[in-house]
Design a protein around this ligand. Structure first.
Ligand SMILES: NC(=O)c1ccc[n+]([C@@H]2O[C@H](COP(=O)([O-])OP(=O)(O)OC[C@H]3O[C@@H](n4cnc5c(N)ncnc54)[C@H](O)[C@@H]3O)[C@@H](O)[C@H]2O)c1
Ligand SMILES: [Zn+2]
Ligand SMILES: [Zn+2]
Length: 395
C-alpha cells in the first residue's frame, strides 16, 4: 500500500510499504477514506520528539471502512464506517477502568515502553504513528491501518454522514473539548486561549458550548484570528499587543478565570525568554520552548485554572512555579482520553450543536502529503487544516 513515511527532520515521503494484517484477535484493518495532518505531527516533522525511526508511517487522525476483523472482536463488522481515536487503549486495565484511556498500561509493548518510563517515570500509552516512545505503531496517513483493541477505540458512524463532519473525532475535537472541560468552567467565566490552530479553535468552540461567558483568543496569524472571531471570541494579536496587559485590561484588572495553552513546545514570538529558549534548544541545553505557558501562568487570575492541551516533551526552563503556587492556580493537562468523549461529541455533531468543517482549508491527495506538511508548517495562516485522501477513495 501507499503510506507517508518519516525519513528525518523536514523529510517525509509517500512510499510503498507492506499492507497491514491482523496480528492479534482484537485487531481490525481499516481502509482509510480520510486522514489529517495534526499540529502534533509537526513536532515529529521538526524532529523535536524523540524515538522516530526512518521509514515510520505517520498519522494519527484517520477514519475509514472496516475491511477485516479479528476473531476476538465481537463489536465491529466489515463494511462499517469508523473514526479511530489516536490513543490506543485496551479498555481493561486500571487506567482504562477510570476512563483515563491516554494512560492505558497495556497498549505500549513493554520493551518499547521502557524509553518513556525512563523519560517520565512510568510508561506512556500507545498512539498511532507517534514515535517508538508510544509503541511505534504504523499510523493512518496511509491506504490501510491495523487498529489494535478495535472493539474499544473506533466509533461507528451512521450512514450518510460526511467524513468531513466526523473525522476530527479522532483527535483535535476531543482535545479541544477536554481542554475546555479541564477549565471547570463556571457561569460568567472568561476563558483565554493561546493558539488558534485546530486545537485552540476547537477549545474556543467547546468553552462557549460549555457555558463560558467570554473567550479571548491569542495568536499572530490574521486568518486564524478571524476564524476565532467568527466562533465568538475576542482576539489579541501577540505581535501587535502586549498580551498580559491586554488581558488584564479586558478583565477589569483581575485576569481571566481560566487559561488554555493550545500552543505547546514550539512557541512562536520574539520575546526575550522565547529567544533564549531557542538558543538553549539549539545548543541541547533545553528541550521545550515554554514561552506561551509562562505567559499563561502569569496571566491567570488568582485562584484560577490552567489547562494545557499543547504538547510538551521534556523539561521547562524558567518555569514560574512561584506564580503558580502563590496565586493558588489549578493545572490540568494530558494527552486526550479520546474514547471517553467520542459518543458525546458524535451526538453533538449529529444534533447540529458542533460543526467542525469550517476548519478544513485544504484537501489533498495522499500522494501530495509532503507538500501538505510543508505548507501546514510554513503557511499556517492559510493552511488551517489539511485533509488527505488516498487516491482510490477520491470521488
Ligand atoms: N493533548 C493532546 O492530546 C493533543 C492532541 C492534539 C494536539 N495537541 C497539541 O496541541 C498543540 C496545538 O495543536 P494544533 O494542531 O492546533 O497546532 P498548530 O501548530 O496548527 O497551532 C498552533 C498555533 O499556536 C500559535 N502560537 C504559537 N506561538 C504562540 C504564542 N506565543 N502565543 C499564542 N499563539 C501562539 C501558532 O501561531 C499556531 O496558530 C500542539 O502542541 C499539538 O501537539 C495535543
Ligand atoms: Zn493529533
Ligand atoms: Zn488500558
Amino acid at each position: 500500500m501507499r503510506a507517508l513515511t518519516w525519513q528525518g527532520k523536514h523529510d517525509v515521503r509517500v512510499e510503498t510499504v507492506p499492507d497491514p494484517r491482523i496480528i492479534n484477535p482484537r485487531d481490525a484493518i481499516i481502509r482509510i477514506t480520510s486522514t489529517a495532518i495534526c499540529g502534533s505531527d509537526l513536532h515529529l516533522y521538526d524532529d523535536v520528539i524523540p524515538g522516530m525511526k526512518s521509514g515510520d508511517v505517520l498519522g494519527h487522525e484517520f477514519m475509514g471502512e472496516v475491511v477485516e476483523v479479528g476473531p476476538g472482536n465481537q463489536k465491529l463488522k466489515v463494511g462499517e464506517r469508523v473514526v479511530v481515536p489516536f490513543v490506543i487503549a485496551c479498555g481493561q486495565c486500571f487506567f482504562c477502568g477510570k476512563q483515563q484511556f491516554a494512560a492505558c498500561d497495556n497498549s505500549n509493548p513493554a520493551e518499547k515502553a521502557d524509553a518513556s518510563e525512563l523519560a517520565y517515570g512510568y510508561p506512556m500509552a500507545a498512539a498511532f504513528g507517534y514515535s517508538h516512545l508510544t509503541g511505534g505503531y504504523p499510523g493512518g496517513q496511509a491506504e490501510y491501518a491495523r487498529v489494535p483493541f478495535s472493539d474499544i477505540g473506533p466509533i461507528v458512524i451512521p450512514d450518510g454522514v460526511d467524513d468531513d463532519k466526523v473525522l476530527f473525532l479522532s483527535d483535535i475535537l476531543p482535545t479541544g473539548w477536554m481542554a475546555a472541560v479541564n477549565c471547570d468552567i463556571e457561569s460568567g467565566d472568561t476563558v483565554a486561549v493561546w493558539g488558534c490552530g485546530p486545537v485552540g479553535l476547537f477549545a474556543i468552540q467547546s468553552a462557549l458550548v460549555l457555558g463560558a461567558h467570554r473567550v479571548i483568543a491569542i495568536d499572530h496569524h490574521p486568518h486564524r484570528l478571524e476564524l476565532a472571531k467568527s466562533l465568538g471570541a475576542e482576539v489579541i494579536n501577540f505581535e501587535e499587543t502586549r498580551v498580559n496587559e491586554a488581558l488584564a485590561e479586558l478583565t477589569g484588572g483581575i485576569g481571566p478565570d481560566a487559561c488554555i495553552d493550545a500552543v505547546g513546545m514550539e512557541s512562536h514570538g520574539l520575546s526575550p525568554d522565547n529567544l533564549l529558549d531557542h538558543i538553549k534548544v539549539k545548543t541541547f541545553m533545553a528541550t521545550d520552548r515554554v514561552h506561551a505557558l509562562r505567559q499563561v501562568i502569569m496571566a491567570t487570575r488568582k485562584g484560577g485554572r490552567i489547562s494545557i492541551p499543547g504538547v510538551y516533551g521534556g523539561v521547562a526552563d524558567k518555569f514560574p512555579i512561584g506564580a503558580l503556587m502563590e496565586k493558588g492556580l489549578t493545572l490540568k493537562t494530558g494527552q486526550t482520553h479520546v474514547q471517553k468523549f467520542s459518543q458525546q461529541l458524535l451526538d453533538l455533531i449529529l444534533d447540529g450543536k458542533l460543526d467542525t468543517t469550517f476548519l478544513i482549508s485544504h484537501r489533498l491527495d495522499l500522494e501530495e502529503a509532503a507538500e501538505g506538511y510543508k505548507n501546514f508548517k510554513e503557511k499556517q495562516n492559510e493552511f488551517t487544516k489539511v485533509v488527505l485522501k488516498p487516491k482510490f477513495t477520491r470521488h
